[in-house]
Ligand binder design. Sequence first.
Ligand SMILES: Cc1cc2nc3c(=O)[nH]c(=O)nc-3n(C[C@H](O)[C@H](O)[C@H](O)COP(=O)(O)OP(=O)(O)OC[C@H]3O[C@@H](n4cnc5c(N)ncnc54)[C@H](O)[C@@H]3O)c2cc1C
Length: 394
Amino acid sequence: MDENSATYSIEVGDDYPEIRDSVRRVCADFPGAYWRKLEEAEAYPTEFVQALTVAGYLGALIPESYGGSGMPLRTAAVILEEIHASGCNAGACHAQMYTMGTLLRHGSEAQKQRYLPQIASGKLRLQAFAVTEPTSGTDTTKLKTRAVRDGDSYVITGQKVWTSRALHSDLMLLLARTTPLDQVKKKSEGLSVFLVDIRQALGKGLDIKPLKAMINHNTTEVFFDQLRIPADCLIGEEGKGFKYILDGMNAERILVSAEAIGDARWFTKTSIAYVNERRVFDRPIGQNQSVQFPVARAHAETEAADLVLRRAAARFAAGLPCGDDANMGKLLASEASWHAAEACLQNHGGFGYAREYDVERKWRETRLFQIAPISTNLVLSYIAEHMLGMPRSF
Ligand SMILES: Cc1cc2nc3c(=O)[nH]c(=O)nc-3n(C[C@H](O)[C@H](O)[C@H](O)COP(=O)(O)OP(=O)(O)OC[C@H]3O[C@@H](n4cnc5c(N)ncnc54)[C@H](O)[C@@H]3O)c2cc1C
């Protein structure tokens, strides 16, 4: 397809109004008190995930032929945006949406038939995505977890860190090296993706330990000690796993950015309600321009990010390259949400620190978007190198 002559359209304003309304209705049953209680107990949002599954949202991107609703990426983004704009957190949902994509695009028909209908119905959770390792960090191709073929099995040894929800998921998508780095032509070769059944593997070479973090993300460290998994857990072809993971990254960035947009909208709405109500020096604090301007600026940034992300999703749906927009959108959305968060916390004065207002919780949560799933520097380096033609730096 000639991408210059390709046409696609972007809807502005509140697209998918019925879905937005319906997501808001589901979220209304999960107010701030629910999330605060979960955080105190470091618990998983079981009831919330269940409610979204029943409403059909967790299977939004799974094709109808596998029991899902077969919606476009933009619809999934709208669902996540509304969850966050309602003050909730969609961590578990976005993980399932994009992790499932690797299975959908590269899995065998037998794997898809076996897992996707059960994931769509909520019987199985595929919410753990094990890529990051403690020593290699963002330099993914240097990861050290090894998967060695032995007859009808692979034997896995290594360690992952920040594998979120591994203790609450049935399945885990794992990226491991099948050919040692010094035996491949390109460092991106020799990595493979596996779908590990956590239920069968726990205690038999798989150990998962909770990792205490700044936010309640149910994140973990995962240890593989000679874990033997059936060879048919391999997704696609051996050695091509890095390409499969990269394939899913634009969708992941678009979805995660939608959450940042939702956060930004929640912070802005919360700021406005508070500054219009709170009276100091016998007038609403919102009458002071120094209080208004950071909120106004963040709102403008949010709208700009939203437009770029709508373009990214439209290009994705049209089968056009969307990496540029997905990366720029991610950068802009993560910064817009952080600026909205900063304004909201500041405008609440001391009450910004009071747990019952939820501002400090959302403030901590939204900061993550500048680090995970990809840090701001790495996005900037993509824009500098791939879009603007400056020299490769690493
Ligand atoms: C709450 C949470 C949940 C997570 N969930 C998951 C998950 O489910 N699965 C998973 O696989 N991972 C997960 N992660 C990991 C996350 O994706 C990584 O933390 C992130 O990609 C950054 O990697 P790193 O922490 O190793 O940072 P590093 O790679 O060590 O980088 C540290 C800092 O240095 C900067 N930096 C590094 N190299 C360069 C360079 N060449 N140029 C400029 N700057 C550079 C980075 O931008 C960053 O700011 C999660 C992390 C958190 C905090």
